[in-house]
Design a protein around this ligand. Structure first.
Ligand SMILES: C[S@@+](CC[C@H](N)C(=O)[O-])C[C@H]1O[C@@H](n2cnc3c(N)ncnc32)[C@H](O)[C@@H]1O
Length: 446
């Protein structure tokens, strides 16, 4: 178990950040580390595989490659799969599941291909032990991954179990939560961790994913510390060495070193975010509030980093001032100009602090029939940031590639990232200090 070939899949666009993360987790240059399309491969020991599962924020899972070979037809898949010593990895009393992916495979049915591999695994156990292990498609003890290219089959043992974006702390999903791995990719792309002392603020925080990931990074809390992993069901697993790895991770935890804030127009979401932060061990490291992103003032005096995945479609349309209709908007914006960040009372109470004269839930009320068009929302947001957030850097994740134009801002960086199947860009806008009157300095497009 000292030289395993691992493949860590990740979202497209994240490969180079993941390769960097693997170096940081394993300390140095891992053997045969290579960023490939859709993931990173490397050689590692069993203990390093456990470390990666525990500490990666960017990988979707960690796979051990156990066999590869040429195939032409389903029978070849059966023969290759039957030649793998599965009995080294799990017992016939355990349940298993075969997952299959393919790129340019000439086979007609991937389901049938998966069935052939499933039969090969079960038949191998029957030949050796006289019993076939059972399949459980929902909660298997063991997952086997098959990847088919045009003529190659790759067989892997999964060591993660539930996908790694499930950190084990999310209780309340909210309406459109960002995957934890994507929030971590936004943070990695922004270089926030390396900018010591820089505050972070998500003004449309929803269930709190970005703020919680950031706070865990700052507090050195390993992302997998609250969950279980697939490798715990595999035969080479030894509870004592896993416990040692977890204990070491716990000893590295530290107090927050910088300020992190989140707010959302929906007080219900703020409540979810607060509960999630408690479960993620970072309630003390984040201040959550209710409030409309279009009127919320900076939460701290020193300029920091705004990071947000704003509402982006009809389902998630912008609420608050922008939604209140053109007539009401100005009035409400004035009422809400008192929406400065008050630093009083415990976080839980603060999350319900009134937002000027308009509470988040009142702000939500008119949304059913008057949700803001996204271009209204973004142009108002840009004006608000230019006026009140000078000196801040703003990172915005969106599937709308025309967003800079709609905000009349020129981005200083654009990072391609995928939110599941949706192609997005993470735009960076620099709100240059003292620029709110100067169109050019504020980064406005000519
Ligand atoms: C795409 S979701 C963000 C999801 C979040 N990143 C998470 O991990 O759960 C957009 C969020 O924007 C909030 N929102 C909509 N209009 C807003 C406004 N005017 N001010 C602040 N938040 C707003 C919604 O309530 C929703 O929670």
């Amino acid at each position: 178990m000292n030289s395993l070939t691992l493949f860590c899949p990740c979202a497209a666009g994240v490969e180079s950040y993941l390769a960097q993360e693997c170096r940081a987790i394993l300390g140095g240059e891992p053997t045969a580390l290579a960023a490939q399309r859709g993931g990173v491969s490397l050689q590692a020991s069993w203990s390093e595989m456990m470390q990666l599962n525990l500490r990666t924020r960017l990988a979707q899972r960690v796979l051990i490659q156990v066999k590869s070979g040429f195939y032409r037809a389903e029978e070849d898949l059966y023969t290759l799969a039957k030649s793998v010593p599965w009995e080294m990895w799990f017992k016939h009393e355990q349940t298993f599941k075969v997952e299959i992916t393919a790129q340019y495979s000439p086979l007609k049915s991937l389901n049938f291909a998966a069935l052939k591999v499933k039969d090969a695994v079960a038949d191998r156990f029957r030949d050796l032990k006289g019993v076939r292990p059972s399949v459980d498609v929902k909660w298997p003890h063991v997952r086997i991954y098959v990847h088919l290219t045009q003529d190659q089959m790759l067989l892997s043992m999964d060591t993660s179990g539930e996908p790694l974006f499930k950190r084990g702390w999310r209780l309340d999903k909210g309406e459109a939560p960002l995957k934890e791995t994507l929030a971590a990719a936004m943070l990695a792309a922004s270089g926030w961790e390396a900018q010591s002392g820089l505050a972070l603020y998500d003004p449309c925080c929803g269930s709190g994913t970005i703020a919680i990931e950031a706070a865990q990074i700052d507090c050195h809390i390993a992302p997998g510390i609250f969950r279980q992993f697939g490798f715990e069901n595999l035969l080479p697993y030894q509870a004592s060495s896993w416990q040692t790895i977890k204990n070491r991770a716990r000893q590295e935890e530290r107090a927050p070193t910088r300020a992190i804030y989140g707010s959302d127009v929906s007080h219900r979401m703020v409540d979810f975010a607060q509960q999630n932060a408690v479960r993620a061990g970072v309630a003390h490291a984040i201040e959550f509030r209710g409030g409309d992103a279009l009127v919320r003032m900076p939460p701290c005096e020193t300029a920091g980093m705004l990071m947000v995945n704003p509402p982006y479609d009809e389902r998630m349309s912008a609420l608050g001032v922008a939604a209140a209709g053109k007539g009401l908007g100005r009035e409400r914006a004035q009422m809400n100009s008192a929406a400065a960040w008050e630093h009083k009372g415990p976080a839980r109470e603060r999350s319900h602090a009134p937002l000027g004269a308009l509470s988040g839930d009142q702000a939500r009320a008119p949304a059913a029939d008057t949700a803001a068009s996204s271009s209204d929302f973004f142009s108002l947001l840009a004006s608000h940031w230019k006026k009140n957030f000078s000196g801040w850097q703003a990172w915005v994740l969106t599937p709308n590639l025309k967003l800079p134009g709609q905000m009349r801002l020129k981005e200083s960086r654009r990072v391609p990232l995928w939110n599941g199947p949706i192609e997005c860009r993470l735009f960076k806008f620099d709100m240059v200090k003292g620029s709110h009157t100067g169109v050019k300095k504020a980064g406005l497009e000519a």
